[in-house]
Write a new protein. Structure first.
Length: 100
């Protein structure tokens, strides 16, 4: 569980990032979650864009992404979801979170 201080730090880190995944009309599926999981393991922090034609509510989509990827929800702003998951291998960790 991320603290408020850690979420603020991650929001600042994510500000310059572009979304690398999109959720469209079909919603969230297992293959998409697996791809996002792999990208999170490599990057730790990423953005997902929810397209206008997505039939699900943005909060539902964000919750499905968090559950499907075992990541932390950093921010849901507009139709953009920011996810964070610490890399499993210590040598792959790029982001040093501030202490609570």
């Amino acid at each position: 569980m991320l603290t408020g201080k850690q979420k603020r730090f991650l929001r600042a880190e994510a500000h310059h990032l572009d979304p690398i995944f999109q959720v469209g009309k079909g919603g969230v599926n297992e293959a998409q979650c697996e791809q996002i999981r792999q990208a999170l393991n490599a990057r730790e922090l990423l953005k997902v864009r929810i397209l206008d034609n997505c039939e699900d509510d943005k909060k539902v989509v964000a919750a499905e992404l968090v559950e499907g990827t075992d990541a932390e929800l950093v921010q849901l702003i507009g139709l953009t979801v920011v996810l964070y998951k610490q890399a499993s291998k210590r040598e792959n960790r790029k982001i040093e979170l501030p202490h609570a």
